[in-house]
Design a protein around this ligand. Structure first.
Ligand SMILES: NC(=O)C1=CN([C@@H]2O[C@H](COP(=O)(O)OP(=O)(O)OC[C@H]3O[C@@H](n4cnc5c(N)ncnc54)[C@H](O)[C@@H]3O)[C@@H](O)[C@H]2O)C=CC1
Ligand SMILES: CC(=O)N[C@@H]1[C@@H](OP(=O)(O)OP(=O)(O)OC[C@H]2O[C@@H](n3ccc(=O)[nH]c3=O)[C@H](O)[C@@H]2O)O[C@H](C(=O)O)[C@@H](O)[C@@H]1O
Length: 400
């Protein structure tokens, strides 16, 4: 909308549509509110609950996983069906949702055949996976390189031309299934590397050394880039997308599956490390700082800290208090960090929000019991915290 196009945003959720038409967004994302307000005010962006005729249809609906870790394609299917009545010759249809290999060819193309035309000849169809990272969406939308996987060469070229109107990165052309697989492998690459870092953290805890030091020094090698260990992998992408490959290739995708399981087991590890620090958990008060899936955003989807909260909730007589400046409503949530920490037996840093740099631990110390802290992100300086009388523990370092 900011680059010369007239855009209709279609969403089945009326709240999204009403907010957008009022120039408002309902997610936390730097600079997006001002941009949306501007393009809505200029009449370049409007929202509706149903599609209408257009030259280009971009499908960017959710692709979550079912309970059994299979891809839930209902939204892509419904969205594709919803545009069929409005398609005309030479329209473009682009799937941006992260999808299992074969989605464009096997799921979408047969639905598009329902339009009164031959989708292979009359439409330009492609998959162009979205690669932006939440928190930097407006920058990456423009600067990232992009892949366009068209059902034929002309589709790829047409879609490339459209994206060139706002993308400064390079745009690479391929077929739909290759594009689908590229997107899945990008997130799988990150997930597998994080699993490797988490495995290192567990090994170092047993060895009695610091995984974060191993990471720092190993990464001085020109071809090594060990990722960061943590309390688990969250978000609706890394924790989800690798399963789309495992689902299709259960016998072959061994490392991918193991990485998922390794990362999914991290909340239980943080739970058992907490138990080791405190001796026993029953009757204790646990304070968790940060519950979102990563720093400086308000997104709770697949957050490993929610899993950790559930584990603590199962303990008899445990008291939980949470503090997260990005979250407005959640069980056990306090809006004052001092209230959250009062009488606490253990403070766990779950997410390294930048705002947590400013916590005055001098003020917190008199409020807590024995001053145990478990930092799952290597966020604080152990010496400084311990100098205030705390007992600091680090995920990935063998102290208990
Ligand atoms: N959010 C991100 O930064 C990125 C997202 N993706 C992928 O993009 C896709 C969408 O993700 P998000 O935007 O985060 O999801 P989201 O859940 O925040 O938004 C999707 C919207 O689609 C709407 N919707 C569902 N069915 C619909 C239909 N039939 N017609 C119209 N609207 C419908 C929902 O009401 C919702 O508002 C997913 O496949 C995701 O994996 C990929 C890269 C980055
Ligand atoms: C390959 C890649 O970088 N993918 C990005 C990813 O965005 P997302 O916000 O999910 O990524 P993230 O920052 O890696 O965070 C995912 C999770 O992984 C954890 N995390 C991340 C890096 C690390 O070294 N250790 C670690 O534990 C984070 O704390 C978080 O819980 O997934 C996005 C998506 O597909 O939606 C994608 O567009 C983004 O570019």
């Amino acid at each position: 909308a900011n680059n010369g196009h007239e855009v209709i945003g279609v969403d089945v959720n009326e709240a999204v549509v009403n907010n957008l038409n009022a120039g408002k967004i309902i997610i936390e994302e730097p600079f997006l509110d001002a941009l949306v307000y501007e393009v809505v005010s200029l009449g370049k962006l409007k929202a509706k609950t149903t599609p209408e005729e257009a030259d280009v249809f971009i499908i960017a609906v959710p692709t979550p996983i079912n309970e059994d870790k299979t891809a839930m394609m209902d939204y892509v299917e419904a969205a594709t069906r919803s545009i069929v009545p409005f398609l005309k010759k030479n329209d473009m249809v682009i799937l941006e949702s992260t999808s299992p290999p074969g989605t464009v060819e096997k799921l979408m193309m047969p639905i598009l055949e329902g339009a009164d035309l031959n989708p292979y000849e009359d439409l330009y169809v492609a998959h162009s996976p979205e690669r932006v990272i939440p928190g930097k969406i407006l920058i990456e939308l423009v600067e990232n390189n992009r892949i366009v996987g068209g059902i034929n060469e002309i589709s790829s070229k047409k879609v490339k031309k459209l994206y060139e109107s706002f993308v400064k990165g390079e745009i690479f052309l391929t077929d739909p299934t290759t594009a689908e697989m590229c997107k899945l492998m990008e997130n799988t690459f990150r997930d597998v590397n994080i699993a490797l870092a988490n495995e290192l953290a567990l090994i170092c805890e047993d060895l009695g050394i610091n995984a974060w030091d191993v990471r720092t020094f190993s990464n001085k090698h020109p071809r090594v880039d060990i990722h960061m260990p943590g309390p688990g992998v969250g978000g609706h992408c890394l924790a989800v997308d690798p399963w789309f490959i495992v689902e299709k290739f259960p016998q072959t995708a061994k490392i991918i599956k193991l990485a998922r399981e390794t990362n999914d087991a991290m909340p239980a590890h943080v739970f058992s490390k907490s138990k080791k620090i405190l001796g026993q958990l029953a009757g204790k008060k646990i304070t968790i700082l940060g519950i979102t899936y990563k720093p400086d955003i308000d997104d709770l989807r697949e957050s490993p800290i929610l899993e950790l909260i559930e584990l603590f909730e199962e303990v008899k007589d445990i008291r939980l208090s949470l503090f997260d400046p990005f979250v407005k409503e959640f069980k056990h949530l306090e809006d004052d960090i001092k209230v959250a920490c009062t009488d606490s037996d253990l403070i766990i840093l779950g997410v390294n929000h930048k705002a947590f740099e400013d916590i005055d631990f001098n003020e917190i110390k008199p409020l807590v019991k024995d001053g145990h802290i478990l930092d799952t992100r290597n966020f604080y300086d152990a010496d400084k915290i311990n100098a205030l009388g705390f007992d600091y523990h680090l995920l990935g370092k063998g102290t208990v």
